[in-house]
Design a protein around this ligand. Structure first.
Ligand code: HEC
Length: 521
């Protein structure tokens, strides 16, 4: 089935030429700007704002386990004066500063550190507003930027109390107390919860601006009309600009309902742009986001991921060609497709055969290996049952070719909440206490300790405390660390988190297979 919609997968012939050009450009940039770092090709070339470089129809960037391929489906793009690549605001940043092509249009800690060293901490990425633990710390010191340098985290200042959430306004159902404030920002008299502009600072990873066309598509295709949230349209988000239903899978707390909506917020907060984005800028940003597709294109263990002998769900053309808004939790549409050509014994007896067999097993563990999912706030309590026995793919990672949950609902997996998240003493800790008449968090009760109240800071609802959105699973190799707060430095740590959280009992081999599978996406 997956084969049928991948007819063009192997016809990207000019790609190789363009790739050579891109790698050449990358090498030149390194040589110009970063002297002895030039030899390090494991990290793609940094895009600074206003470079005026060509963004090619196809480009490749090295990472720790291979190469990432990015397709710009509209062809070569002249980035001169393009709003994604231009320092529009007052702090010298462009969108591309935090959404680097070489990092899967997100940011890896490796690139952040390299940038810190190359510019002595002066790159606009480190702007104090949100590239520091708090704007009032001394600039230029590593300790002031430790969360960005160590975990790739950007400060997000959320208004407190939450503004009434329009479709469903309630009075905020909880109080917040700052239990621990290692960044100083939540108790700061200028920036904190008791300042003139009461603000809660949480720290989050940039999410990839890649394959966004899949993030905004309303569900359709096989089984879609049976999907409960689609049948009951009341559960869908409405775009405040157009009044139309929108999918709303963007941002950790789903606060940016559409690319336009999100871009306004990003320009104001991250670029410190004091005027509204123009209609032309909004259109250019949205069009660019919707035309980018990407995935790992080469893996050091598996070789080429985009060739004739590769499973159809791999390589950058897979997200480009796959139908959107389609459930991948069923035998007809397996989320990342059919890997049987790499099955042990069936794969060609090349140097990569053992690794390919591991990827094939990993894909199967991901799709088929069921475990008990329990006590996930805003998930198990949605009528699914607690516990609910499902696999990674059939439980949550069900959007075809992409792996985020097609249900546009944040959930509390425990990446930020106690007791699930091991103590992160670098992050703020909040005690969230629900008011007596509020429906509490379904499993943690009326008092929750969390590093990030998540969706609750938008809706004001207790039952949303700690809830965040699942993410796409493409380009993982290009953008460690993982999870919304960067708590897994490696894919191994990510798998170990799930193993602990849900008592899965993966064997070591299953873990290795899962990791090999994920790094090939
Ligand atoms: C200082 C770093 C930074 C800059 C600059 C920046 N972003 Fe982001 N971006 C982030 C972070 C952090 C998130 C995740 C926020 C969250 O989840 O709450 C994000 C999320 C996004 C997302 C959501 C992706 C998804 O799958 O959820 C989009 C789209 C996006 N940014 C577009 C833009 C655009 C357009 C610009 C320029 C106007 C921009 N960003 C500038 C840090 C940045």
């Amino acid at each position: 089935m997956m084969r049928d919609f991948m007819p063009g997968k192997h016809v990207l012939l000019p790609a190789l030429l363009l790739m050579a050009v891109q790698l050449h450009v990358a090498a030149q940039n390194n040589a110009a700007g970063e002297n002895e770092a030039a030899a390090d090709t494991s990290i793609g070339a940094w895009w600074a704002p206003d470079e005026g470089r060509l963004f090619p129809a196809y480009s490749e960037y090295g990472n720790a386990t291979g190469r990432l391929g990015i397709i710009n489906s509209a062809g070569d793009l002249d980035t001169r004066e393009h709003p994604f690549f231009t320092a529009l605001g007052s702090n010298g940043r462009a969108c591309v500063t935090c959404h680097q092509p070489g990092d899967g249009m997100s940011l890896s800690v490796a690139s952040i550190r390299q940038r810190w060293e190359a510019t002595d901490g002066k790159d606009p990425l480190f702007a104090m507003i949100d590239g520091a633990n708090c704007p009032d710390l001394p600039p230029g010191e590593e300790s002031s930027h430790s969360l960005l340098l160590n975990k790739g985290l950007i400060r997000i200042g959320m208004p407190w109390p939450p503004a009434p959430y329009e479709p469903d306004p309630v009075e905020t159902e909880f109080d917040i107390e700052v239990v621990r404030d290692p960044t100083g920002c939540n108790l700061s008299t200028k920036w904190g919860i008791d300042s003139d502009n009461p603000t809660i600072s949480v720290f989050r990873r940039p999410r990839p601006v890649l394959n966004i066309a899949h993030m905004v598509e309303l569900p359709h295709g096989v089984g879609a009309h049976d999907v409960f949230f689609y049948a009951d349209k009341n559960l869908l988000h409405t775009d405040p600009e157009t009044g139309e239903f929108v999918q709303g899978l963007l941002m950790a707390d789903a606060r940016g309902l559409t690319p336009r909506n999100q871009a306004r917020d990003a320009a104001k907060n991250h670029l410190e742009l004091k005027r509204p984005l123009s209609e032309a800028e909004l259109q250019a940003l949205e069009a660019f986001e919707l035309q980018l597709f990407g995935a790992q294109s080469f893996d050091t263990g598996a070789g080429n991921l985009d060739g004739a002998d590769t499973p159809p769900g791999l390589g950058p053309n897979a997200p480009r060609l796959a139908p959107r808004g389609t459930l991948g939790n069923n035998p007809v549409n397996r989320v990342f497709g059919d890997f049987s050509m790499w099955k042990a014994g069936q794969a060609s007896s090349d140097e990569y055969a053992d690794f390919k067999a591991s990827v094939e097993r990993g894909a199967d563990v991901f799709f088929s290996r069921r475990f008990y999912i329990n006590d996930v706030g805003a998930y198990n309590d949605k009528g699914l049952g607690n516990p609910f026995k499902r696999s990674c793919a059939s439980g949550c990672h069900n959007t075809l070719a992409m792996g985020m949950d097609m249900g546009p609902f944040p959930m509390d997996l425990g990446t930020n909440t106690y007791p699930w998240q091991p103590n992160r003493d670098d992050l703020p800790l909040f005690k969230v206490t629900c008011k007596p008449n509020a429906t509490p968090h379904s499993y943690l009760g009326p008092v929750v300790y969390t590093h990030d109240p998540g969706r609750a800071l938008i809706t004001g609802r207790c039952r949303d405390i700690g809830a965040t959105m699942t993410q796409q699973m493409r380009a993982l190799a290009a953008r460690p660390p993982y999870f919304v707060n960067g708590s897994a430095d490696t894919l191994r740590e990510l798998v170990d988190f799930y193993d602990r959280r849900f008592n899965i009992g993966y064997t070591d081999q299953e873990k290795i297979d899962l990791i090999n599978f994920m790094r090939a996406l």
